[in-house]
Design a protein around this ligand. Structure first.
Ligand code: HEC
Length: 257
């Protein structure tokens, strides 16, 4: 019995750690791996805006091309900017040592990032950079305090100026949508975008980031697409087999009574 109790306490330990992490507001998205057009756009954004600094070294260009329904030649032409072949991994030429010197922390490989942080976190993070002149790149981030990454999507989003303290932003989110979980009152926005600084409207920008995170969720587990397809066949087979098994059972038992 004692051992059993200890086992239960040990099993609950991760929850304690989670609770101690504090509440950070995350905007929720539903990843849709069946939406090929979204995944293709996401890959385009990833190679254009992220692969200057981040690799996705466990993913091959060709695998992505096949899974996302693109011709490998087109991927070679439009999505590979280094000297890689389409069959190679999505690596970059920036060395970890140099990057560490330039940014403080080297940009991590992003293949498994969506599994590490979760899509909601990345979606919120990429939309939560705000002006902070005390930081080396002039920006801070509501969900990643004192981040070493510049706001690489600023040309699309525009410059975001915070109107709350960092802690309030982390708690409520920069956009202030929905209701405050503590007071149940509608949230007021914690940020404003400087007019005319971004190419996209906020909804359009959100869509670009959604597609990008969708793609990052795909590279985190590319075989998920296959699993879904195969799982479907297995279920169809089981349903079919049930009918045969049932008929067989009837046949075997019919003389017993
Ligand atoms: C100019 C270089 C640069 C570019 C371009 C860049 N990043 Fe980063 N990124 C960094 C650095 C540096 C860090 C490490 C920040 C730290 O640890 O303080 C980072 C961190 C991150 C993290 C957090 C990693 C973690 O879990 O700690 C994510 C997620 C991320 N980047 C996503 C992206 C995405 C998506 C893009 C493309 C839109 C992108 N980055 C483009 C430099 C860059």
């Amino acid at each position: 019995m004692k051992k059993f109790l200890v086992a239960i306490v040990m099993a609950a330990m991760p929850l304690v750690g989670y609770a101690a992490g504090g509440h950070v507001h995350l905007d929720h998205i539903e990843v849709d791996l069946k939406n090929q057009a979204s995944l293709q756009r996401g890959m385009q954004t990833f190679v254009n805006y992220c692969m200057g600094c981040h690799s996705a070294q466990y993913q091959r260009f060709e695998r992505a091309a096949v899974d996302l329904g693109m011709k490998p030649e087109l991927v070679t032409e439009h999505m590979i900017f280094g000297d890689q072949k389409v069959g190679e991994q999505m690596t970059i030429s920036m060395s970890k040592e140099d990057a560490g010197k330039w940014f403080g922390n080297p940009p991590p490989d992003l293949t498994l990032e969506a599994r590490l942080r979760g899509p909601d976190w990345i979606y919120t993070y990429l939309r939560s950079f705000y002006v902070d002149d005390s930081r080396p790149w002039g920006v801070n981030n509501a969900v990643f305090k004192d981040v070493g990454m510049p706001n690489v999507l600023a040309s699309l989003q525009g410059i975001q100026v915070a109107t709350c303290s960092h802690e309030e932003m982390a708690l409520h989110g920069l956009r202030g949508e929905g209701v405050d979980p503590l007071t149940n009152l509608p949230l007021t926005s914690c940020s404003s975008i400087v007019k005319g600084t971004g190419q996209l409207k906020p909804e359009e920008f959100d869509k670009v980031v959604y597609d990008l995170v969708n793609f990052m969720a795909y590279i985190g587990e590319p075989s998920k697409l296959d699993s879904h397809r195969i799982g479907m066949y297995v279920l169809i087979f089981l349903a079919f087999f049930f009918v045969i098994a049932f008929a067989l059972k009837k046949e075997y038992w019919k003389d017993v009574h």
